[in-house]
Design a protein around this ligand. Structure first.
Ligand code: HEC
Ligand code: HEC
Length: 217
């Protein structure tokens, strides 16, 4: 009896490990469903025509200062839009854009962009300084390793953990602008100011290296 139970336990462990491995290898329909949240992507597609003009039809923008939204977590997108509406985050264009939609529309639009294939970098950003900061951080300067929150390759944590945005494969110029704004305090809408604390010690050249690296992931 004990032996049978042990076998069952072994089987469960193997199944769990396989499930964990495949979650990194490819996104399953269940993963995508989780990051979409409660909104309706079909309604969101129609309602987001104006947004698509800048962010791209499937959330891949052609302009480097305009962020990709493809495969971003819907609750993260929704939070940013509400932050633009309330003034917790400000940007001349987006603060105006966010006032054109109500909360139900915002949730559907977020679901539409989240339902797209996750943004991918060009694979060119390999850089030892950035890789080290990304994977290990620098405790002496209170720089926490990016990977602990933004996940492997900056693609986010589990599909149901939406606090930490996808940053791997995002546009370089957009990432640079955000890190500079976190560092100066111009952007201050992260929980407990976590991104302000992390960016505070980054030098210009580290920001250059990090954003090159992240855009390539
Ligand atoms: C005229 C171009 C333009 C239009 C139209 C536009 N956006 Fe944006 N959007 C931007 C730019 C530029 C930024 C970067 C803001 C910054 O640097 O802080 C941005 C940022 C965002 C972000 C933050 C993304 C992140 O990773 O934090 C979200 C979410 C967003 N836009 C959603 C929308 C939605 C939804 C609409 C339609 C209602 C829309 N945008 C329309 C240009 C545009
Ligand atoms: C302790 C967790 C944590 C760590 C470590 C962390 N981040 Fe973040 N980061 C966040 C959170 C949370 C947000 C979203 C803030 C918000 O809600 O606006 C964020 C947002 C960002 C954004 C803005 C993304 C966008 O789409 O606008 C960038 C860029 C970023 N982080 C880069 C980094 C880099 C580079 C590192 C490593 C040097 C790092 N982060 C480490 C938690 C973290």
């Amino acid at each position: 009896m004990i032996r049978i139970q042990n076998n069952i336990v072994t089987c469960l462990v193997v199944v769990t490990l396989l499930a964990a491995t495949s979650a990194y290898a490819a996104e399953t329909a269940a993963d995508i469903k989780q990051r979409i949240g409660s909104g309706n992507p079909v309604a969101g597609k129609t309602r987001s025509e104006l947004c698509q003009g800048c962010h791209g039809e499937v959330g891949l923008s052609l302009e480097d200062l305009i962020p990709n939204l493809a495969g971003q977590y819907a609750p993260y997108i929704a939070k940013q839009l509400r932050n633009f509406q309330s003034g917790a985050r400000t940007h001349q264009i987006m603060s105006a854009m966010a006032t054109t939609i109500n909360d139900a529309e915002l949730i559907d639009i977020a679901a539409y962009f989240a339902s797209q294939k996750k943004m991918q970098g060009n694979g060119k950003g390999d850089n030892p300084v950035a890789k080290n900061l990304f994977l290990k951080g620098d405790a002496s300067r209170s720089i926490q390793a990016c990977v602990t929150c933004h996940g492997e390759n900056g693609k986010g944590m589990a599909p149901n953990v939406s606090t930490y945005p996808v940053i791997g494969g995002q546009h370089k110029d957009y990432l640079r602008a955000q890190l500079i704004h976190w560092r100066s305090g111009e952007r201050s809408n992260s929980p407990d100011g976590v991104m302000n604390k992390i960016a505070k010690s980054l030098t210009d050249s580290e920001i250059e290296d990090l954003t090159d690296y992240l855009a390539g992931l």
